[in-house]
Design a protein around this ligand. Sequence first.
Ligand code: UDP
Ligand code: MG
Length: 322
Amino acid sequence: MPVVYLVVPCYNEEAVLPETVKRLTIKLYNMIKSGKASKESRMLFVDDGSKDRTWEIIEEFSKENKLVGGVKLSRNRGHQNALLAGLMTAKEHCDCAISLDADLQDDIEVLDQFVDKYIEGCEVVYGVRSSRDKDTAFKRGTAQGYYKFMAALGVDIVYNHADYRLMGKRALDALSEYKEVNLFLRGIVPLIGFRSDYVYYERNERFAGESKYPLSKMLRFAVDGITSFSVKPLKIISNVGIFICLLSIIFFVYALVSFFSGGSVAGWASQMCSIWFLGGLQMLCIGIVGTYVGKIYSEVKGRPRFIIDKTIITPENKKEEK
Ligand code: UDP
Ligand code: MG
């Protein structure tokens, strides 16, 4: 029976936490009772520097419910870093860890299937959404376009998989070797390898509170994903450069011909067009290069990706307080 840790990053989740703890406790308790998970299994809530009562709630629950564990980060570090902090903490205690969101959008009924696949010998199990009916048309369109775009850029990413996944201890150890600061876990995990499989599930709507991923954060995350895993944009720049050079030769020939045939030389409009177009293009290209330089800058500094303030994990042999 494996020791299963459920790792849940939480940022300002006081609205959903009590219900989430309740539902996960029942689920984990049943898994322990049915012999799917060892009784040392725990939930690990990572408070990502919340400004509301999230940590107090975790602390209160942990006093009366030994299945509830907590990690408090010293400040808000973002979903991916919070997840990593949770996984790295869980790694020291568990055989496998499953990451899921605090709002229970990821269907917890399939948790058994994750563990089944782990017992069969899979080191990584990806939760994959079987449909996106519950999403708005905008989110669905942009998300699926994004997965396809990433695939076209040569990034190995699991289609329609977010961060609902199981990782075994060996995979977690391997993950700890990836030192990058610009974290994009769903790009890193496929790189680790090992035997893997998929579990399909329906994604629900958030049952309380608001999304902590507004459009601006989502866009930043999307750009991060691309620039952390693909150098294709750099290659595209050179190709665009070559293309423009060829184009300008044709234009030059055209200008010469029209000059000698007595036609009027290209005037103000065409000059302005090319100045603006090339200026814009250059700025775009410098911007792309700048993005990569920025990343090198932050990677070279190698700052810690998270700092843990407190940890609560109740060991199994502790007497139950009633
Ligand atoms: N989250 C976090 N830190 C942040 C933002 C979000 O730990 O800075 C957590 C959040 O509490 C939730 C998960 O990441 O458990 C996913 O966020 P959310 O449900 O708001 O995103 P959505 O499902 O809308 O994409
Ligand atoms: Mg959510």
